[in-house]
Design a protein. Structure first.
Length: 120
């Protein structure tokens, strides 16, 4: 029985050793007390809050990266491409040489601003 909703808990199809509440998504492992179930829920909510904070910071960083790239492109007459670094998750940059019409004519390596990792 879910200690929060007071409804029956159901066996999870993907993880048969776990039971979950269809109303509030709390889960239990056989033998868990109501306190254990609440502790699982608090740990889950804490993990989700940390993920939300991390993703929020990354969105802010990505917006700042886009502004910097736009400023640099307008002053340099080159295009700057970005992507995520496979090593540290930071932002990688590379310049793209362009002709008078803005068509790409040459590419440099991607370089990560966080760790210095280079990729082709």
């Amino acid at each position: 029985m879910c200690p929060s909703c007071h409804t029956p808990m159901h066996r999870a199809a993907a993880l048969p050793e776990r039971w979950y509440c269809r109303t509030c998504t709390r889960y239990a492992i056989p033998g868990d007390s109501p306190e254990d179930i609440e502790r699982h829920q608090q740990e889950r909510e804490h993990a989700i809050a940390l993920l939300d904070a991390a993703l929020g910071e990354r969105a802010t960083q990505r917006d700042a990266d886009r502004r910097i790239v736009n400023e640099m492109e307008s002053s340099m007459g080159q295009l700057i491409q970005t992507r995520g670094c496979g090593k540290c998750g930071g932002t990688m940059y590379r310049t793209v040489e362009t002709d008078d019409q803005g068509n790409p004519t040459g590419y440099s390596m991607y370089i990560c601003q966080g760790c210095g990792h280079m990729e082709g």
